[in-house]
Design a protein around this ligand. Structure first.
Ligand SMILES: CCCCCCCCCCCCCCCCCCCCCC(=O)SCCNC(=O)CCNC(=O)[C@H](O)C(C)(C)COP(=O)(O)OP(=O)(O)OC[C@H]1O[C@@H](n2cnc3c(N)ncnc32)[C@H](O)[C@@H]1OP(=O)(O)O
Ligand SMILES: Cc1cc2nc3c(=O)[nH]c(=O)nc-3n(C[C@H](O)[C@H](O)[C@H](O)COP(=O)(O)OP(=O)(O)OC[C@H]3O[C@@H](n4cnc5c(N)ncnc54)[C@H](O)[C@@H]3O)c2cc1C
Length: 666
């Protein structure tokens, strides 16, 4: 729009640090930042995007069709980069990170699953030969894939899935069948109208024996006509809370035959004669889910970055209520309550980016070990990915909701883009494993770790449990980031130990272990969350320390404030636990509260620069409230005028219904 809003300009004039320096750290280095900018420039410079209609105003069908048009431009570009060797399948995590960050459809993409689940599942579950065959086709988009695991009857309990794959040794084929309505696949993204292949999860039967769930490549549509293949029943599941164009669908099979080679056989195999060869570790079959949970944490950074950018810029522009009679109205960013809403989420954005990067490092390390036959850290990785996916998506979802409220009524408008971000993050709390269920998986690992604490050496992410369980670990409270980490560690350990004690008592009183677990599961979920808080603050602390070593003094100061705010915020949030389990005193708690308020004031001048440094260009932010120039009122009006209801001065319903009603004729 041109001129920058005066208030926003003033905020930027006061900036004390080099914004590009921070963007470079956030992006993971200068090269990565330049690559991202170049990629985004190419994507948004495509004129075809401009010709589109506003997606928010379209029907369910219209949204799908418009998003398909846009996605093809995006993915055409990605394919071009891949053909030119600029992105490689070997850096698949980077590819996904880039795609998700640079996605420029408003409400998801029908091709999202192809990249987010179909290809990762091939990478995790297919043999080298299968990968060579399927990945080259998928990577080049010669085929488009979906991932069909969840069924109408079962999402969480995957061992209870009902789809059957029976091996027929005479024809060397599997026969896929959906025996009940509850066995219909329900939710696979892209299956509605986009994908022509899908990875399907089904109970494997061979030689009359069931071997549990396995993963199969199934063609569902003709490659030329896109017509559904015989025996396949599929369709769209209808409008959702958000992510309309993701094209989630249903899928059923009536005795559909696929070749033996279409079972993904990296970990377990069915030989030609029907002999089943078990995986060295059956949980390796769940590898794709672990990868995607790790990916989801990275994706939360994208959504939260957008939400805090929108809300912070808007809060600098928005003025409301003079504090001194007759004085100017304050920028809402100056209210401490508002800073309390905003700044923790800015800090969370940076924290989740750092933690997500650290989680990727662990993921690749453990994966390398597994490839060499060492599965020692598999359970730890699973527990880590589960709790970080659960707490990360939950923090992002509540953060986005807080940002929506921070924008008052305007945040409720689709044109603000906050409702869509809310729908993205809400969905992430459910998909790839409901958050409660995932936290209980982590709890299971923590309980086992606690029970073996004296007899075995602890893996790195739980190594704090041993020292933190010692009576003298925290005999003096310290109000510092390290002190808070120690306090949170003690809370986590005592909560886990408490759960074990409660369960043991319940079992001793005659309760079955399963019932004791269920009855204690509210506490178990909280214990897993407490452990995850330790991980989040610790990884953020370690990651910021690495950034501090590279940063110039003015930036260092701001990063330290951000880290401290994050730690103090969570200490205050968890004060009841700290009071219960550690030696923190009422005076320490008061001092922390007062420090928190100081931190809000100290961060106030840096708020706009901190979100500018996230580097989201307007075309990707797509928000009336969050654009760089802060011309919010002009944009709001411009978007409102596009409403189809404004096309007629008098809507036909006036004559048809309202007028007769007002005249008492209806
Ligand atoms: C890139 C595109 C660009 C586009 C650009 C343009 C657009 C830009 C914008 C685009 C934005 C995005 C758009 C939207 C995309 C939407 C994506 C949505 C994707 C979501 C897909 C899905 O949603 S897909 C379905 C996932 N559905 C689940 O996720 C089920 C959960 N349910 C379980 O996952 C199991 O059911 C559960 C609980 C483990 C129990 O499994 P179970 O019953 O077999 O196991 P048990 O509990 O008995 O546990 C037995 C022992 O196994 C251990 N163990 C268990 N798992 C283990 C593991 N993985 N690794 C190691 N160990 C493991 C455990 O710890 C126990 O260990 P121990 O015995 O030693 O204690
Ligand atoms: C937007 C979106 C996209 C999706 N995309 C795909 C896809 O592409 N492919 C695919 O296969 N699936 C997909 N899913 C499905 C998703 O993976 C499942 O919805 C998810 O795993 C939860 O399963 P469910 O819906 O059966 O919930 P349920 O398992 O029925 O859970 C319902 C409630 O019961 C609780 N609960 C269930 N079991 C337990 C337990 N053991 N202990 C305690 N509480 C429990 C849960 O916490 C939850 O609150 C998608 C879902 C969404 C929303």
């Amino acid at each position: 729009m041109g001129t920058v809003n005066e208030d926003l300009r003033r905020e930027r004039d006061k900036c004390t640090f080099d914004i590009t320096e921070l963007t470079t750290l956030f992006d993971g280095g200068k090269d990565k930042m330049l690559e991202r900018k170049e990629r985004e420039e190419l994507m948004v410079s495509k004129r075809e995007f401009e010709q589109g209609v506003c997606e928010d105003l379209l029907s369910h069908k219209g949204k799908y069709e418009e998003c398909m048009r846009k996605s093809i431009i995006t993915f055409g570009h990605i394919r071009q980069m891949q053909r030119e060797g600029k992105i490689k399948i070997t850096d698949y995590k980077d590819v996904l990170d880039c795609l998700l960050g640079s996605g420029n459809t408003r409400d998801g993409s029908p091709l999202a699953l192809h990249y987010m689940m179909f290809m990762p599942a091939i990478l995790s579950l297919a043999t080298t030969e299968q990968q060579e065959y399927w990945l080259s086709k998928a990577w080049d988009c010669k085929i488009i894939g979906s991932y069909a695991q969840t069924e109408l009857g079962h999402g969480t309990f995957i061992r209870g899935l009902e789809t059957i794959a029976t091996y027929d040794a005479t024809t060397k084929e599997f026969v896929l069948h959906s025996p009940t309505i509850t066995s219909y696949k329900w939710w696979p993204g892209g299956i509605g109208h986009t994908a022509n292949y899908s990875i399907v999860v089904a109970q494997l039967y061979t030689k009359g024996e069931c071997h549990g769930i396995h993963w199969f490549m199934v063609q569902v549509r003709d490659e030329e006509t896109h017509e559904t293949l015989p025996g396949i029943k599929l369709g769209d599941i209808g409008p959702k809370m958000g992510l309309q164009p993701v094209n989630n669908g249903f899928l059923g099979f009536e005795h559909v035959r696929i070749p033996r080679s279409h079972m993904l056989m990296k970990h377990a195999q069915v030989l030609e004669d029907g002999t089943y060869v078990k995986s060295s570790n059956q949980k390796l079959l769940y590898a794709a889910m672990v990868f995607v949970r790790v990916l989801i944490l990275s994706d939360m950074v994208n959504h939260l970055s957008k939400a805090v950018t929108i809300a912070t810029r808007y809060s600098a522009v928005r003025r409301q209520t003079p504090v001194i009679k007759g004085g100017p109205e304050l920028q809402i960013l100056d209210y401490a309550t508002h800073q309390h809403k905003l700044f923790i989420n800015i800090a969370s954005t940076y924290a989740i980016r750092i933690v997500a990067n650290k989680q990727w490092e662990i993921y690749y390390k453990v994966n390398d070990e597994v490839a060499n036959g060492n599965c020692t850290r598999l359970a730890e990785l699973h527990a880590l990915a589960c709790c970080l996916k659960a707490v990360g998506t939950s923090d992002a979802a509540s953060g986005v909701e807080r940002m929506r409220r921070a924008c008052g009524g305007q945040g409720y408008l689709q044109s603000s883009y906050l409702p869509q971000l809310g729908a993205f993050t809400a969905a992430a709390c459910t998909y790839e494993g409901d958050n409660t269920v995932l936290l209980l998986q982590t709890a299971r690992f923590l309980v086992k770790t606690w029970q073996q604490i004296d007899s075995s050496s602890l893996t790195p992410t739980v190594s704090y449990m041993k020292p933190a369980s010692a009576a003298r670990y925290l005999d003096r409270w310290e109000n510092s980031v390290e002190g808070i980490i120690h306090g949170l560690q003690v809370v986590a350990v005592k909560k886990i130990a408490g759960c074990v004690t409660v369960m043991e008592k319940r079992v001793q009183s005659g309760m079955a272990l399963e019932d004791a677990w269920n009855m204690t599961s509210v506490q178990l979920e909280a214990a897993a969350e407490a452990h995850c808080r330790v991980i989040l603050v610790t990884f953020f602390f370690e990651g910021i320390s690495e950034w501090l070593a590279k940063a110039s003094p003015p930036l260092r100061h701001v990063l330290q404030l951000l880290l401290e705010l994050y730690a103090v915020y969570w200490a205050l949030e968890k004060m009841v636990d700290l009071m219960k389990y550690t030696c923190i005193s009422g005076d320490d708690a008061e001092a922390l509260q007062s420090r928190y308020e100081q931190l809000l004031s100290s961060l106030r001048p840096h708020a706009v620069p901190l979100v500018d440094a996230l580097g989201i260009r307007d075309e990707l932010l797509q928000s009336t409230l969050g654009a760089y120039d802060g011309q919010v009122y002009e944009r709001l009006m411009q978007e409102a005028l596009k409403s189809p209801l404004n096309e007629d001065r008098v809507n036909q319903t006036f004559h048809k219904y309202l007028k007769p009603f007002m005249k008492g004729k209806l």
